[in-house]
Design a protein around this ligand. Structure first.
Ligand code: SF4
Length: 181
């Protein structure tokens, strides 16, 4: 292995480690937010309403899945296109410990800042319809919501370093060697 290959291996290894750190932080914070809502959240194994087909991830997250689930990707088939390629027949996730960031906060009350056509900043909120019953999400404290933005920025920075500026995204379904059905 020449010096260039060695440094690439080292950089990729570092990126995977930093991605795992980010996932650990996200999981800890998502658990804290979920604990604020108790029985309101209907999320459970087998509920796969947010596991839609067509999700894409940065290459750095795709690389992590490929490293952790090489055998699955080489020999198993993707779930039919009615849902995410990684769903199993019981509505579970076949890569759950290594699922992408976007899957780790689903079901929580979400908030984000958007800009109007008048260049004003407004806060928007959303929640899965199955988890809507309870205090209106507009009345929740910020700390009871997942704020979209900061983690996305960190993930984009990690991808930029991993891809040396390349920000292309990879459809989850394309990770399977055998893409039928
Ligand atoms: S990767 Fe797993 S958790 Fe994420 S959408 Fe697919 S099946 Fe659901």
């Amino acid at each position: 292995m020449n010096n260039h290959s060695e440094s690439r291996v080292f950089r990729d290894h570092l990126a995977m480690a930093r991605l795992q750190e980010l996932y650990d932080e996200v999981d800890a914070e998502a658990q804290r937010v979920a604990a604020e809502h108790g029985a309101r959240l209907q999320c459970r194994k087998g509920c796969s309403q947010c596991c839609v087909d067509g999700l894409t991830v940065f290459a750095v997250e795709a690389e992590n899945i490929q490293r952790q689930h090489a055998r699955l990707l080489a020999s198993d088939s993707p779930h039919p296109v009615a849902g995410c390629a990684f769903l199993d027949n019981e509505g579970g996730c076949r890569i759950y410990p290594d699922r992408p960031y976007v899957c780790r906060t689903q079901g929580l009350p979400l908030r984000w800042i958007d800009e109007t056509v008048d260049f004003e900043f407004v806060e928007l909120r959303d929640i899965c319809p199955l988890n809507d019953e309870g205090v209106p999400i507009e009345e929740l404290d910020e700390s009871e919501c997942w704020t979209i933005g900061p983690v996305e920025e960190r993930l984009a920075k990690l991808q930029s370093e991993f891809g040396q500026g390349e920000m292309a995204r990879v459809p989850l379904r394309c990770l399977f060697k055998c893409q039928t059905p």
